[in-house]
Every structure is written in structure tokens, then in C-alpha cells.
Ligand binder design. Sequence first.
Ligand code: PXG
Length: 464
Amino acid sequence: MNMITNHLPTAELQALDAAHHMHPFTENEGLAKKGARVITRAKGVWITDSEGHDILDGMAGLWCVAIGYGREELAEVAARQMRELPFYNTFFQTTHVPAIALANKLAELAPGDLNHVFFAGGGSEANDTNIRMVRHYWALKGQPERNILISRKNAYHGSTVGSGSLGGMSGMHAQGGMPIPDIHHINQPNWYAEGGDMDPGAFGLARARELEEAIERHGPDRVGAFIAEPIQGAGGVIIPPATYWPEIQRICDKYGILLIADEVICGFGRTGNWFGSQTLGIKPHIMTVAKGLSSGYAPIGASIVCDEVAQTIARDEFNHGYTYSGHPVAAAVALENLRIIEEEGIVAHVRDVAGPYLKQKWEALAEHPLVGEASISGLMGSIALTPDKASRAKFAGEEGTVGYICRERCFANNLVMRHVGDRMIIAPPLVITPAEIDTLVERARKSLDETLEKITAEGLLTAA
Ligand code: PXG
């Protein structure tokens, strides 16, 4: 019997955690001294910690809990599926109903001719699939040298060796021998941080044209695909200038390279459409999905692939797959999650109710003395902290210091709002109500006030 329960004192749970649990993306030595926050249960948009605090989850777990916590239907579906068929593989010429049904549902929901689904355990695995699928596709087309994938700096595509290489996180590339060969990165369309004196439209075009320059530099006969998040998530919720995506699309079309939209965060309603590609007017050949696909209730991801690529791949044995590709319990949970999103009109709720309401409140935060920019699409938003609004200046101290202080103030005010450097980001559950949005924004504003007070007192309010 498992003797470690919710009822143990927090300090004891923290000590046991520190003794044996290696946390991802964490300096574990520091965390062991501080003690991890223990989350014990959750309902709707609220999580509860072992000290009994009710915390508004402004990050939907890790961008994933679209339909909110505590939906009995998903628990029931999972239990039923576990009783009926807890596992069977989809290798060796076999299949099962949950995988069939979910693949069909995704083909129906996905735009254009994205009609074919390759399942994975999450977004990282799906992007690893994409690397291999793109390269194998071009090999089957008689162009095996077209194995270069172009991505962007400060992109996040996962943490396996392949997907971490696709991503453009310099901190990740500094460890473990990444990126793998033939993956190249162009600059991101982050006007606020990198646009200088250019106007956003011109900057968006210039950053998109870096793709064309990269293709010309490496050779159009060498480049197989470009991958990007419609809106960068983990990079800080960077909404590109309106000129950016049309130009990227033009360049991909011109050179006939495959366009992969990483919809792991933007997918399933986050931006007010089913997919971020629809919000931003992108026509991808492959979409990566995960997170909101199951609202995080079960680990599952997928590559949703267009007819031409899937039909080409189908000509040969694709020597790739995961034990849990199309896992029946995860697939059944995802299907039920999609049923709820559809039947409860959650995408329309984001587009017509929660999104516009939050946008108005969120953008008003730009008036705060510490905020240089407040931007939002659907229910993913960010604010840039600055010591000088007019010049969009960075802080003199180490990047992320002020963001971290702000995040700690948010925690103290029972709000989960993340920081990426000195950008604060939110992506609450999609079912958030206007009243809960009021609470979220009130707590964010209070945390900003307290941050300003603290950094003023500590002499950190100086520009670089
Ligand atoms: N693509 C995108 C766009 C993501 O955001 C992945 C792929 C990888 O998915 P998996 O399921 O393998 O984690 C992600 C994941 C953060 C954070 O700090 C973001 C993610 C994961 C962990 C932390 O914002 N996104």
C-alpha cells in the first residue's frame, strides 16, 4: 500500500520530494532547500495546495487544462476504458476503437486536408515524429538531401533531443549536445524586445524574410521544412506582427517547403479558433498537437498530416512509433475532452466571451508604470515588465530577476502567473468566467504594485 498521502504535513512531503524526485527544468538543489509547493487537488480554474490555499491557475496547469479541473466525465471514460481495454498497441497491423475514433475526430476538426494522424505520448514525441517524417517524405520523393529543417530562436518544441534541437532555447542547447545536425534557426518576430526603431509591420516582414535568406543560403534543394508555433508560448507569448505569417506562408509556398505549425499550445481553442493556424491564417502541411487535446487529463500528442505527405509516407514502412502511440485510455479521454469542448461551445466562449473580456482588462494593465506592453490573443497573454515604458528598456540587473519577483508576488496573492525572463504570461483554463477573470486581473495588478514597491526599495528599478 502507498503510505505517502495528501494527509502528511507539507514539510514531510517536501522532504520526501527533495530526497527522491528530480524535477524538470529545475535547479533541484535550490528547490530542495526551499521546498516544492505541493498541489493536492483542483476544481474548475482553482488548484489547492497542501496548506489549504485556493490558487487561481492562470496557466491551466502547463497550458493544457482547457476544460478546467475536476470533470467527472473524463474520469469515468478513463475508468471504463481501463476495464474494457487498458492497453493494446497499434503496431503490427492492429488497431482499436479509441485510436480509430480519435483519428477520425481530429481529421474532422483539423482544417484543410489535414486528414491523417500519427499518435505520440506528448508534444515532444510528436515533433520528433515530424523530423523523421519530413526527412523520410523527401527521401521518398527522391530528394533525400532535403533534410534541413528551419526553426526559430526562442521557439519551444519540446525537450527530447530532436524536439529540443528544433526548439531555439539557448539554455537547452547549452546542455546535452543539441542541436542535432541540419536544424537551423532564424530570428523570432519579437518586435517588443528586438524591433528597435522599426515599426512592427516592417519588422515582421524583415523577420519573415530571414526564412527566405536562410533557404537561399543553405540551398532551396536542401531545405525540407519550416516549423513554428503560430504564437510562441513558452518563449513568452510573443504575438507576431500581422505582416509576419502571410510572408512566411508566401516563402514556404514559393520554395515548396513543408510548413509545420506547432499547435501544442495554440490548438483546441486557446486563440479563439480551434487552431492557432486559423487565427493567424496559416496553411500547414503538418500540425503538432498535445496538451489541450486531452486537457492534460492523460498524456497524448499527435502529428496531424496532410493528404499528400501521408500518402507518400504510406508507400513505405515508416520505421517509427511509440509503445503508447494511440494509447486507448489517453485516446478515450481525449475524445471525451473534445466532445466537451464541442458540445459546450468552449471555442466560442473564448472567441466571444472570455477572450474579449480578458483582452479589455488585460490591455488596461499597460497603463501600469511597470508594464511596457500588454498583449493577448484569445486566452494567451503576456506583459513585458520595464523600468522605462517609453524606450521599452530592459532592467539593468540580470534578466528575469524582476520577473521572478513578480511571479513570487503572484504566488503570495494566490495566482499562478508565470514569468519568462521579465515577461509575465497567462493562459488560464478556457472555461474561465468573467468573474474569475476579474479576480485574475485584480491579483495580477496587486502583484505588479507589490513588485514595483519591492524593486523600488531594492534599487532594481533602473534601466540597462
Ligand atoms: N511544442 C510546444 C509549442 C510546446 O509548448 C511542446 C511542443 C512539447 O510538448 P510536451 O508534451 O512533450 O511537453 C510544448 C510544451 C513552459 C513549458 O515553461 C512549456 C511546455 C512544456 C514545459 C514547460 O512554458 N510546452
